[in-house]
Design a protein around this ligand. Structure first.
Ligand code: NQM
Length: 350
């Protein structure tokens, strides 16, 4: 039986299988078929593969050395379905990105600095560039550290993620419908793409408080149907065409903060509640609520000048710092952690 070299990593609040591009088939159809068999999809429990039976644990990162000087490595993200045999490259993932720099050093694609290493990563799904900076004491990746992130027990080494060029990553513009606010089926929404296409709506307008635990939202089939209808219509307005079976756009329902943050969120990928919030999803939601007239801007508790925007989510908070240059987004910064879980050979189901 033929195995494939693979590293399993937790990246932020997600978990995924990391591969060198050269260790996978070059043909996308052959590659996707192999990845489905590696992750154990389709199966609600993914019992025969590496997947963890949730969208945030059914992810793949494919990394290769860059050819030009503008960046160090290329990172392709693939979202695999759990129950459905789908493989989508229509979005990137800022959480798995948190492990890409360390993976690149471990696989010898990038040389480590004596104390810290910055790896310039091109996100192949969107074309934007992110810089991941993490500790490499004595020239080696050290995953240990004192940084805690909500949604992950314990602490690990910090990974700073710095994004540029994220506006219109998938849709082509920051406000893909051309408006800061739209009416979709009688519901006021703001559609934004600053690294992730997201439809922002008020939780109260969908009849929920916005403070419900993710498990309670998961049991609400009527809510899932409304979110599905909303994202289907909004997806067309955003120029995404038929978004049935696609992982974007995400929907984020916002409410006033109640835990010391700036805005409270409940996010759906695409209709299942997110246990926390995605990285670029959070960047997009924060960008939206900072825009005058956007849905949710009236709920935002504006932080003091220079302080990041703390996004409340079902398992804690995520701090996002966004620098604007007039109406344009210059850069966004976020702190994550990542950890190598195992490195070895995975054997796909036949
Ligand atoms: O938005 C989940 C996650 C993500 C994606 C999702 C992500 C991002 O939590 O950058 O990180 O919304 O699909 O990993």
């Amino acid at each position: 039986m033929t195995g494939v070299r693979c590293m399993l990593m937790r990246g932020g609040t997600s978990k995924g299988a990391y591969f060198l591009a050269g260790d996978l088939p070059a043909d996308p159809a052959e590659r996707d078929d192999l990845l489905l068999r590696i992750m154990g999809t389709p199966d609600p429990r993914q019992i025969d593969g590496l997947g963890g039976a949730q969208p945030v644990t059914s992810k793949v990162a494919i990394v290769s050395a860059a050819t030009g000087d503008s960046h160090d490595v290329d990172y392709l993200f693939l979202q695999l379905g759990v129950e459905e045999p789908t493989v989508s490259d229509r979005q990137t993932c800022g959480n798995l990105l948190a492990g890409v720099g360390q993976f690149a050093v471990e696989r010898g694609l990038v040389a480590a600095g004596p104390e810290r290493t910055s790896v310039r990563v091109r996100l192949l799904n969107t074309g934007s560039i992110a810089v991941a900076t993490f500790p490499t004491p004595r020239g080696e990746v050290d995953y240990r550290g004192g940084t805690a992130i909500s949604g992950v027990p314990g602490t690990a080494a910090p990974v700073e993620l710095d994004f540029t060029g994220t506006e219109g990553s998938v849709c082509g513009s920051l406000l893909p419908t051309g408006h800061v606010r739209d009416d979709v089926g009688g519901l006021e929404v703001s559609c934004v793409d600053n690294g992730m296409p997201v439809v922002v709506a008020r939780a109260a307008d969908l009849g929920i408080s916005g403070y419900e635990p993710a498990a309670e939202l998961a049991a609400d089939t009527a809510l899932a149907a409304r979110i599905d209808a909303l994202r289907t219509e909004a997806g067309k307005l955003m120029g995404l065409g038929d978004v049935g079976g696609s992982s974007v756009p995400k929907t984020t329902l916002v409410a006033a903060p109640r835990d010391g943050g700036a805005i409270c969120t409940r996010t759906f990928i695409p209709v299942k509640p997110h246990p926390s919030i995605g990285v670029l999803g959070a960047v997009s939601v924060v960008t939206a609520v900072l825009l005058d007239g956007a849905v949710g801007s009236e709920l935002l508790v504006v932080p003091p000048a220079g302080a990041p925007v703390e996004v409340e989510h079902p398992s804690g908070k995520l701090a996002v710092a966004i620098e604007f240059d007039g109406p344009r987004v210059r850069r966004s910064t976020i702190l994550r952690t990542a950890r190598k879980l195992f490195d070895g050979t995975v054997f796909p189901r036949s």
